[in-house]
Structures are given as C-alpha cells and as structure tokens.
Design a protein around this ligand. Structure first.
Ligand SMILES: [Zn+2]
Length: 280
C-alpha cells in the first residue's frame, strides 16, 4: 500500500477509489445479478418461476440479507448505510442470490419439502448448524461462479465501466482484496473476546480496524452485528473453508467445473450437518 502511516489508513485510502457512486449502485447490482444468474444456470437447473426482488434499506447491522419467502421467491435487502465498494456487487449478488441463499432455499423447498414431503424443511432455524452450511456455501458460491481470473475479467469489462471506475485497475484491486480476505479470521477473534466479556465494544471495533483493516464505520457496524448475531459470525469464513475443502476433497485436483458444480449442487439439495463436511 502506498503512502505513510498505519496500514489500515493506507488501505482505506486505496479502497476509497473503488466506491460505487450512489446513483450507479442499482444498475451495477442488476448487472452483477445477471452475471451470477447466467453462470449458475449453466450448471444448476432451477424450477420455473423462481425469482427475487431487491430492496435498498438503511439502519441494519448487516450489509445485505435474503428473506426467503417460500414459493421459490426471495426478498433481498441491501443496506446502503455505508459506501458500497465495487467488490460487494458481485459478492452480494452471488451470496444472496445465485448460487447462494436464494438457490439454496429454492433447492431445499423443491427437493426436500415438495418432492419428499419433508415439511419440517419449510422451517429454517437461523441459529443452527444449517447456517454454517448456508453461509459457507453462499460464500463459496462466489468462487465457484467466478474463479479469480474470470472475475477480474467480468469486473473489468462489465462492472467497473458501469460504476464509472477505471477498468485498468480491476486486476490490482482484486489482488489486494484477495490478500485482505485472508485476514477474515481476525474478525472471529474480535467477536470471541467481545462476547466473552474480555474487551468492550470500543476495543472490539479498534481490533477490527487494526487487524481486519475495516474502516471505523464498518467496524462499528460489525460490533452491532456481534450484539445481534453473536457466534453466527464464524459461519462465513469457517463455513466457506469447510465447503471449499469438502468440494475439493470430492472433486480432486483435476476436476472440471462441471464436477465441482455437481458436488456443490448436491450439497445444497440434501439435508446435511457440518460434521458431514469434514474430510474423511
Ligand atoms: Zn448470508
């Protein structure tokens, strides 16, 4: 990161050049959703009539949320309290939509509730082992739909121009994001210490700024997420690692995209516990 001073400040300055202007958020999201949907449709057949709507909201502890409505429909809410960086468009489109939560819930309804008559799967217990798989697969879904090189190309050719950002900087931006993502578990430690009463909310937010390179505003929002969802935070990074390892162990190194998608789809369409994901 160029410049002087703490790394967190230099990173925030770098990242500030990749904010989607407020009046372009919706078209960028629509293009991101179309990209995720097209890729997912190539590998997972979804029931006719599935769809979701997107709403923009404020005053939430999360950045986006999928409220599955049943009948193959979702309501996806995107929180616009904080600046939305360009990477969030594809991340949220995949995570909340295709092949993330929307697809997961549609497949559970189709395969388990309707085809098998297992009505209990029409109830989704949020604070349950199922959410480790839901959040983990939704995050892994970003990678399976857009492997890094393909993602950079799509961002450069489609999303950056729509957002009015310089397409020539897409590769550089995603190189940095890839590194920052490796700091994800620092957030789990902040939550652990905070929820165990070892540190207060100010110290938790400072920890997120220092070790997870969050902006002070994002860190404050994240601590409110800890208040509301507590240990749920581990579902995102631990879940993603478990799902990635699960798919990798079954697909093997030379797997084709088709094989990886098939294993991923079967995971989404069947009742599982996190212990089922462990490598055997
Ligand atoms: Zn989620």
């Amino acid at each position: 990161m160029p410049g002087a001073g703490p790394l967190a400040d230099r990173y925030q300055k770098f990242r500030s050049e990749f904010v989607i202007p407020a009046n372009r958020v919706d078209p960028v999201f629509k293009a991101a959703i179309a990209g995720c949907q097209a890729r997912t449709a190539g590998y997972i057949q979804l029931p006719v009539g599935e769809s979701f709507t997107v709403e923009y909201v404020r005053g939430k502890s999360w950045s986006a949320y999928n409220w599955y409505q049943g009948g193959y429909r979702s309501l996806i809410q995107v929180n616009t309290d904080l600046p939305i960086y360009i990477d969030r468009a594809l991340d949220l489109a995949c995570h909340e939509g295709y092949p993330g939560h929307h697809v997961y819930n549609v497949l559970l309804e189709q395969q388990l509730v309707r085809n098998r008559g297992w009505t209990e799967f029409s109830v989704y217990p949020l604070f349950s082992p199922q959410s480790l798989i839901a959040e983990g697969s939704a995050n892994y879904g970003i990678r399976i739909a857009f492997p890094q090189a393909e993602r950079v190309a799509f961002e450069r050719d489609t999303l950056f121009p729509l957002a009015g950002l310089d397409p020539a900087r897409a590769a550089e931006y995603y190189q940095v994001m890839e590194l920052v993502q490796q700091l994800g578990y620092a957030g789990n430690e902040a939550a652990r210490r905070y929820l165990n009463g070892e540190i207060d909310r100010k110290a938790a937010a400072d920890w997120l700024v220092r070790y997870a390179l969050m902006s002070p505003q994002a860190a404050e929002q994240r601590v409110r997420f800890f208040d509301q969802y507590r240990s749920y935070v581990i579902n995102y990074n631990l879940g993603q690692d478990l799902v990635r390892e699960y798919v990798a162990a079954r697909a093997g190194r030379s797997a084709t995209p088709e094989e990886r998608w098939r294993i991923f789809r079967e995971l989404l369409a069947s009742p599982r516990l996190p212990s089922d994901l462990r490598a055997r």
